[in-house]
Write a protein that binds this ligand. Structure first.
Ligand SMILES: *[C@@H]1O[C@H](CO)[C@@H](O)[C@H](O)[C@H]1NC(C)=O
Ligand SMILES: *[C@@H]1O[C@H](CO)[C@@H](O)[C@H](O)[C@H]1NC(C)=O
Length: 360
């Protein structure tokens, strides 16, 4: 009896804790899974900019018989210039230039079952920070630096550049939803650069053929600037370019046959479609951690928490909704592997090797 119990225990332990092959952070399989995970994280966002992969920091695979694998990924990421609402393909979205970089780390749990064609992001969490302005300015004193979005000059820059856009395109008018990013620089005078979302303005009575429903949905993003020229007193010059998002099926279900079919293929529980994580923005590491207080009060550079369980033996998670069959499908989920253990060949090679934008 004791022997049997011991055997059962060993089998469990072998299944749940030991059989976790570290696949290597530069393997094509891990890179593919990391790509899927990041794509899903980007799709899950309603706000902010898309992320691109800088490198795979750590990766564990937990193979589960009949179920495929559950990957525990730690990804070093960079913010791109593409707003998530633009839904642009990842390959069109490069990272920002060094002095405007926003970088950080995501943890993700990704379930993959190749024979059953299941790819599913179970959960994720990301933490981002802007690149150290102190270090950037020591290399490039004239580079533009980030501005607080609540700065009145930022709002002024957005308003004035949008007024310019509206005056050049009088057939349709747009109004400001919100500013998403702002930087400032001294050119001939102070210069402000802003990104902001726009929506369609309600119709005016003079617009005879106007059939717009008032809506707060952003329809595009503008990149504007406002430069003050001191030589010409009071003279400001604004510039603006706007890009419009591809129209998305905004009516859920109903009108779009493709979408309806899609949702039939994978019947989702409402609770399962809720956001499975979040992207957290923290301030510049130097602002939060002044040089002299480093030793006394160490701050974790990129704290990312991702635990669906604290049970070291793991818990089972019902993922039957991902499978078409009637049978119950359960995944074993373990606590996220700690920072103290790196899997072999990790971290992988970085896309951008500058240490200023690589999490430690
Ligand atoms: C990563 O993999 C690629 C392609 O397989 C290879 O060319 C490259 O040398 C590898 N890099 C490292 C650091 O192992
Ligand atoms: C993700 O992060 C948030 C806040 O940092 C935390 O409250 C939440 O528990 C995390 N999610 C998981 C699944 O650990």
């Amino acid at each position: 009896m004791t022997l049997l119990r011991l055997l059962v225990f060993c089998t469990l332990a072998a299944c749940c804790v030991v059989a976790r092959s570290p696949p290597g952070c530069n393997s094509s399989e891990v890179l593919a899974v990391a790509g899927f995970a990041l794509q899903n994280i980007n799709r899950d966002q309603k706000d902010g900019y898309m992320l691109s992969l800088s490198r795979v920091h750590d990766a564990w695979e937990h193979y589960q018989e009949d179920m495929g694998s559950l990957f525990y990924l730690t990804l070093d990421v960079l913010e791109t210039g593409c707003h998530v609402l633009s839904k642009k393909p990842q390959k069109e979205c490069g990272p920002r230039t060094l002095h405007e970089s926003v970088y950080g780390q995501c943890k993700a749990m990704f379930h993959i079952n190749k024979p059953r064609r299941v790819l599913y992001l179970l959960a994720y969490n990301c933490t981002l920070r802007p690149v150290s302005q102190r270090k950037i300015h020591s290399m490039c004193p004239d580079c533009p630096g980030p501005f607080d979005l609540s700065n009145p000059r930022v709002l002024e820059a957005a308003t004035e550049s949008l007024a310019k856009f509206n005056s050049e395109n009088p057939s349709k008018q747009y109004s400001l939803v919100k500013v998403t990013r702002a930087t400032g620089q001294w050119v001939f005078g102070p210069a402000y650069f802003v990104d902001y979302l726009i929506k369609e303005s309600p119709c005016t009575e003079s617009q005879a053929s106007c059939s717009l429903q008032p809506s707060d949905l952003p329809v595009g993003i503008c990149h504007g600037s406002l430069v003050q020229q001191p030589a010409l007193v009071q003279k400001k010059s604004a510039s603006v370019t706007c890009e419009f998002f591809k129209s998305q099926a905004q009516v859920p279900g109903g009108d779009n046959p493709a979408a309806t079919q899609e949702s039939k293929k994978v019947p989702m529980h409402p609770s399962k479609t809720a956001p499975r994580g979040s992207v957290q923005h923290l301030p510049d590491l130097d602002v939060e951690k002044p040089e002299d207080s480093k030793e006394n009060n160490p701050v974790e550079a990129f704290p990312v928490q991702l635990d669906l369980t604290t049970n070291p033996q793991g818990d089972t998670l019902d993922v039957s909704f991902l499978y078409l069959g009637p049978e119950e499908k359960k995944l074993v989920v373990l606590p996220f592997p700690g920072k103290d253990r790196h899997s072999t060949e990790c971290p992988g090679p970085a896309e951008e090797t500058n240490p200023l934008i690589l999490p430690p």
